[in-house]
Design a protein around this ligand. Structure first.
Ligand code: NI
Length: 181
């Protein structure tokens, strides 16, 4: 495994469309292993292949909520429902955190590293993260989803506490709203 360099928003590659993965081989496994190591090293909760300059439809996610590492290959959003606000950051947009509007619930199908299809139904912060990472595959950043009328820091903090009470994957510290993908 190796830590790869994460490209930032100045790099034009970040705005390109990623291509489907067609070969489920050792090279894909190596890419996914490197992406996970790179994500953990950067203290992120998600990473898309384009962020390490590989234009393939591959994502790793670990919300650090105990449910472990998820690998999404060729993901497709099947369903979205509702709205929620969250404060998002991105490993490719270092130091910037803004309130966004995202679906409250999302259903995604994706292949694993062996090519098997799985369906994921996600809510709360996990839904935000899935949408954020899938956006990367189409060249989109979270900056396109900003809430034009953001809540106050107190209201954001209140939501954070409410989510903790529901066992949503956040920790009670000010940086819990600042996890990056
Ligand atoms: Ni990101």
């Amino acid at each position: 495994m190796a830590i790869r360099k994460i490209i930032t928003k100045k790099d034009p590659m970040l705005y390109k469309q990623s291509r489907p993965v067609v070969k489920f081989d050792d090279r894909l496994a190596q890419l996914l292993d490197d992406m996970a190591e790179t994500m953990y090293d950067a203290d992120g909760v998600g990473l898309a292949a384009v962020q390490v300059a590989v234009l393939r439809r591959a994502i790793v996610i670990d919300m650090q909520d105990g449910s472990g590492l998820v690998e999404l290959i060729n993901p497709e959003i099947l369903e979205t429902e509702g709205e929620q606000f969250d404060v998002e950051g991105c490993l490719s947009v270092p130091g910037e955190y803004y309130e966004t509007i995202r679906p409250a619930r999302v259903v995604v199908k994706a292949q694993d590293r062996h090519g098997e299809w799985h369906t994921y139904e996600e809510t709360a912060r996990r839904a935000v993260c899935f949408c954020h990472e899938i956006d990367h595959l189409d060249g989109h950043l979270f900056l396109e989803h900003l809430n034009p009328d953001p809540h106050s820091p107190e209201e954001q903090e209140e939501q954070l506490r409410a989510r903790m009470a529901e066992n949503d994957p956040v920790e009670l510290d000010p940086n819990a709203l600042r996890k990056k993908g």
